[in-house]
Design a protein around this ligand. Structure first.
Ligand code: ARG
Length: 454
């Protein structure tokens, strides 16, 4: 066992205690950010004269060689080290000797781990943001191809009014654009460097915290050292934003699963994104969509887990906070996989335009428009609603659509009906004349607007 704090102890840590306490098995993925942070810290120590320039450059060389060796596989993580910080420091001392022992001057693992997690999370936010962009580009492409693909829109999962597929998909574009915005907001709020907060109350060394902050791409150093080492708000916010992204993907997946069902047949998922059954040869299952929907649950779990970990913690650092890592990493990995696979599935899906249009024509999706027709001819809306209600009953009886009735049959319910009713309630009119801002008839403008935002 190699620990950084052996001096005060007269006994070796119990094996089970070491195994329970260690974090190298999962925080090893912070190796690059840890080294990046240490490089900035060492440079600052040299610049401030806290260590010599020679020591600073030896440390730099040593750290860079560790990074290179980890990446090439020449250096393996040593399970005897407690965490990634101990591992890098122990290796540095092995490589450069006494100068390596000075790296931790004016620093604690508390501000070090706070820094590492912030840099790591910031990078993950950037990756998730570009995956959202990739998905939005696929969505926009599908929208442009489907501005005149008519389909029913639903409330209560019952056919309500007709729309076009581009308008339907546009609702998801709105969600993913809000997700991007949320990430941008979180990134801005997290971008203060905690390094130099020390264990919790700063240090008597003449550190230049803002120099380190700037080197590492932060806007400034933090303003309270206790908060710096105990703040995990940015992680909770990020897990929350990820949960919302997953909720959006899950709703979208649910639509695809329904649309892919034998009863709907609105879509055909590409063979590359479907799986079969081991027993039923006819099956082609929407497993990707189902897994995305299923994995949403674990990201909610990660968020609730971290919120619960933090709720009882007094200031400042407490070891409970080591529990932030596995849940954060799990959510980062999950959302990245899901965004990528979902974009691929959406890019290759086939929309059965004819089936969608036929479905839109059945189920009285033009009933509102028929009522509006009578209103435009002078009937109060409430009366028109009642007339069309009766008309729908007649159609159900005759097993036909409103437009299948002859003008005489329509006139039996209202004298206001005329030959122009058929055009007024046609699918094309119902969709394309809905020209209020945000409605399907305005979809071309909306697409232009989304393109500017991505
Ligand atoms: N592995 C620890 C964590 O992830 C690093 C910080 C350790 N600090 C301490 N005071 N024991 O939180």
């Amino acid at each position: 066992m190699a620990v950084l704090w052996g001096g005060r102890f007269t006994k070796e840590t119990d094996d089970a205690v070491f195994a329970f306490n260690e974090s190298l098995s999962f925080d090893r993925r912070l190796y690059k950010t840890d080294i990046t942070g240490s490089l900035a810290h060492a440079e600052m120590l040299g610049k401030q004269g806290i260590i010599s320039e020679k020591e600073a450059s030896d440390i730099k060389e040593g750290l860079l060689s560790i990074l290179k060796d980890i990446e090439s596989g020449a250096l393996e993580f040593d399970p005897k080290c407690e965490d990634i910080h101990s591992f890098v420091e122990a290796n540095l001392i092995k490589r450069i000797g006494d100068a390596g022992k000075k790296l931790h001057t004016g620093r604690s693992r508390n501000d070090q781990v706070a820094l590492d997690m912030k840099i790591y999370t910031r990078d993950e936010i950037d990756t998730i943001d570009s995956l959202l962009k990739e998905l939005l580009n696929v969505l926009l492409k599908q929208m442009e191809k489907n501005t005149d693909t008519y389909m029913p829109a639903f409330t209560h999962l019952q056919k309500a009014q007709p729309t076009n597929l581009a308008h339907y998909l546009g609702a998801y574009a709105e969600m993913f654009l809000r997700d991007k915005d949320r990430l941008k907001d979180i990134r801005k709020r997290l971008n203060l460097s905690p390094l130099g907060a020390g264990a919790l109350c700063g240090t008597t060394y003449n550190l230049d915290r803002d120099f380190v902050a700037e080197k590492l791409g932060f806007d400034t150093a933090t303003f309270n050292s206790m908060d710096s080492v105990s703040d995990r708000d940015y992680l909770i916010e990020t897990l929350s934003a990820i949960s919302i992204i997953m909720m959006h993907l899950s709703r979208f997946s649910e639509e695809i699963i329904i649309w892919n069902s034998n009863e709907y047949r609105f879509v055909e998922i590409d063979d590359a994104y479907s799986t079969g059954s081991s027993i039923m040869p006819q099956k082609k299952n929407p497993d990707i969509a189902e897994l995305v929907r299923g994995k949403t649950g674990r990201t909610y779990g990660d968020l609730i887990s971290l919120l619960t970990t933090m709720k009882g913690l007094p200031l400042a650092y407490n070891k409970d906070m080591q529990e932030d890592k596995e849940v954060a990493f799990d959510s980062f990995d999950t959302v990245k996989d899901c965004l990528h696979l979902f974009a691929g599935m959406l890019d290759t899906i086939t929309f059965n335009k004819d089936v969608m249009a036929v479905s839109a024509m059945k189920g009285f999706t033009n009933a509102t428009d028929a009522a509006d027709y009578l209103v435009k001819k002078g009937m109060p809306f409430r009366d028109a609603h009642s007339v069309i209600g009766k008309l729908v009953l007649t159609c159900i009886d005759k097993n036909c659509a409103i437009e299948d009735l002859s003008l005489d049959e329509l006139k039996e319910l209202s004298e206001l009906f005329d030959e122009d009713v058929y055009d007024a309630i046609s699918l094309k009119t119902c969709v394309e004349r809905r020209m209020t801002k945000g409605a399907p008839g305005e979809i071309i403008d909306a697409i232009k607007h989304y393109k500017d935002l991505i």
